[in-house]
Design a protein around this ligand. Structure first.
Ligand code: SAH
Ligand code: SF4
Ligand code: F3S
Length: 440
């Protein structure tokens, strides 16, 4: 019996892929252990920014010291980072014995076994349409109460800064039948919350020819019995359609929370990013969302320091934060990704300016989030308590339907239950609450 450790970086898609790989390996008789005891350490890594890649590079370097000792593990690099840097990692470090891109996930369990038998394997198909799925519902999850389910692979949008289309390949929707079958299996396994994943969920089904769209899928998933909570990410402003909020307002179990990344508040930069929407269209979409779902939690992603971003463009992004008053914004300094269009654009912005701009937007957004969160003190919510809080003894956590983290005083026995929670205080990051009543 082989022992493995799995380290996951990046977005929920990598978490989902990691959960499936873990499940497949355990089903093959492998045992999951701490990194120090593993025969094979798997790094399921991310390539979205240089920083994400550095993390894995430096972790991989660590094995140098122990490599000559008897306990040395083999290493596998998987996920988006493998597609981009796997070969380089394998050349540099003799302990990297397997690299497998995200489109080869179905080949990974067997490849792991072959590595243990002494082979060195590289699974990096250059064909961006090739996809070998792993038909295993993610039963062995990081979290027993909630699960991710990818509804579409890849992305065809080619935003000029983004590596995802190159590492995850072409957009392809999974069939509704296979998604629903998978969610049903997860419900039978005890999950209480599912998050549907896609780089652009709003384009789900546009590659079918039968008119079945994301809102059709949302409706069908909402009709699955014994599934109390449904979430989804990410929405794309160019493809969002009003029928989505219509279905959401009809089914309260679909959480009123929408991530609608704006990326920039400057019309000029949006064009250079190839985002394919104008601010006017974005504004219209936000107003459709807010009028259908008055309580919605609206979040966004914003990049500062995109090539050619002037002070004026940057001020447009600041103005967008004030205008849309998001509940949360994932901000990032632009990181050039080799092979993307923006990486070769003129007028790359110096690092100090990027960092200065990043600090400014973070400060502004943190004030806005803090104001919004303060206004929720004394409200009550029904919340699935799904984990221990990352810091502090005797604290557990869950999320409001609007996707705000709530830290709650209480023991581990609360985990897996729905409770009525009263919000007692708030800061810019999260809410704090106490249990009024355990519902289920
Ligand atoms: N599909 C989603 C987001 C996927 S990547 C969308 O279209 O919005 C997650 C986030 O990482 C992006 O929203 C973007 O804000 C950020 N990001 C992607 N590439 C980046 C880069 N090269 N530099 C900095 N941030 C980047
Ligand atoms: Fe990247 Fe754009 Fe696709 Fe999102 S929509 S994954 S930002 S290319
Ligand atoms: Fe990273 Fe790949 Fe997700 S690059 S953000 S793990 S799709």
């Amino acid at each position: 019996m082989y022992r493995f450790a799995l380290k996951v970086y990046g977005c929920q898609m990598n978490v989902y892929d990691g959960d499936k790989l873990r499940t497949a390996l355990i089903q093959k008789g492998w045992k999951e252990v701490e990194e120090e005891e593993a025969d094979l350490v798997i790094f399921n890594g991310c390539s979205i920014r240089a920083k994400a890649e550095h993390k894995v590079w430096s972790e991989l370097g660590r094995y140098g010291d122990s490599w000559n000792e008897k306990s040395k593990p083999y290493v596998a690099v998987t996920g988006c980072i493998a597609q981009r840097l796997g070969e380089a990692m394998m050349t540099r470090f003799p302990w990297v014995r397997l690299v497998g891109g995200p489109r080869h996930i179905g080949n990974l369990p067997e490849a792991c076994e072959r590595v243990m038998a002494g082979e060195c394997i590289s699974l990096l198909d250059e064909d961006p349409r090739a996809f070998i799925d792993l038909e295993v519902p993610p039963i062995e999850r990081v979290n027993p109460w909630k699960a991710y389910v990818t509804i579409a692979h890849g992305c065809d949008n080619y935003c000029t800064y983004c590596i995802v289309p190159y590492v995850r390949g072409r957009f392809v929707s999974r069939s509704p039948e296979s998604i629903i079958r998978e969610v049903e299996k997860l419900v039978a396994d005890g999950i209480k919350e599912v998050t549907l994943l896609g780089q652009n969920v709003d384009s789900y089904g546009l590659d079918f020819d039968n008119g079945y769209t994301f809102s059709s899928l949302l409706r069908d998933v909402a009709n699955i019995e014994n599934l109390p909570l449904i979430r989804f990410v990410t929405s794309h402003p160019k493809d969002f359609t009003p029928d989505i909020v219509k279905v959401m307002s009809h089914y309260p179990k679909i959480c009123p929370s929408i991530n609608l990344p704006i990326q920039s508040g400057s019309e000029r930069i949006l064009q250079k990013m190839n985002r394919k929407y104008t601010l006017e269209k974005y504004r219209e979409t936000v107003s459709i969302i807010r009028s259908a779902l008055p309580e919605v939690g609206l979040t966004s992603d914003l990049i500062v320091g995109f090539p050619g971003e002037t002070e004026e463009d940057f001020q447009d992004s600041v103005a967008a934060l004030h205008e849309f008053r998001y509940d949360l914004v994932h901000t990032a300094a632009y990181s050039p990704r080799e092979g993307t269009v923006a990486a070769t654009m003129p007028d790359q912005i110096p690092q100090e300016i990027k960092m200065k701009r990043l600090n400014i937007v973070n400060e502004i957004q943190s004030r806005i989030a803090s104001e919004i969160n303060q206004s929720l003190v004394n409200r009550t919510y029904s919340i699935l308590i799904d984990d221990v809080a990352p810091k502090g003894e005797g604290l557990v956590q869950g999320r409001t339907p609007t996707d705000k983290v709530v830290i709650i005083k209480g023991g581990k026995d609360l985990i897996g239950h729905f409770a009525t929670i009263k919000i007692t205080s708030a800061d810019n990051w999260c809410l704090y609450g106490e249990v009024i009543d355990i519902v289920d």
